[in-house]
Design a binder for this molecule. Sequence first.
Ligand SMILES: O=C(O)CCC(=O)C(=O)O
Length: 313
Amino acid sequence: MALAAATSSNIANIANTENLDTSLNVKRLSPVLGAEVTSFDVAGCTDAQFEQLLTAWDCAHGLLVLRDVHISPAEHIAFARRFGEPAMGTADPHSILGHYWHPEFPAIYRVSNKVINGVPQGREDAGTYWHTDGTHGNTPSRCSLLYGLELPPCGGDTIFASLSTSYEALSDTMKRLLQGLTAVHTLAKTLADGSQNSYAKELVGKADLAAAKTATHPVVRYHARTGHRSLFVNPGFTSHIVGMHSAESKALLEFLFAHTTQQEFLYRHQWRRNDLVIWDNTCTMHYAVSDYKAYGVRYMHRVSVKGETPVAA
Ligand SMILES: O=C(O)CCC(=O)C(=O)O
């Protein structure tokens, strides 16, 4: 199937209309999404500095990498609270296996292959498929803040896709077709696709499903701050388009999944220790690469922030 062209002019249209001029130390990581911020005082930033960070985040299409961050779990949660209320426990559709919450700080979900005395210290293989956090819930997460505490010497990257850039690259005819469509999101989709990544041990198990929810969301949504439109379907959770025959829905979703995962819309993050990566779940999706386990330990803390009901564009 022919893909809508991710032409450099489409991408440049977005990249050039915005700039990252602030008093922060910000550098784009790729033309399509992502910016690096150095020397940012996460625990002590002022409201004005935080506003500048939000602006940089919007300009970087929803992905910031704060380097060399030294924060305690309490400071991590306090910083996440500046973006909104942390999603916790069963209220967080993206953190459903309770034993991976931090024992003292339940707003922190642990993502790790680390095992101490036979006890896993986090969810291994979390997110080793394309997804946007919690879209199988009615109010998917606004954003997630993932902090890299221990990293293998190589591997364990996270790949991010800009869903606003890939939306803009569609033809006007396709944009009109998508307008007004809704799609169903469910964890059962992830289970059905469990074999899509043979390197990951267990993507979704029975316990996940028992706690899981199903939600219906617009296929194209507005971003409350930027007013940009973005696609809001992902291979991990989106099972079908409402009101279409299954063959039509399958063909359209397969097209959208192939379109959104073209190299031109991606940024691959190679983690450094003490990176705090903040992604906007309203306009990005991501994929954790499960290639590092023979090389070492990867231990991360994640705080997810509650979102709102997606607004159709
Ligand atoms: O471990 C990662 O790189 C990402 C994990 C993930 O997909 C998530 O926390 O949603």
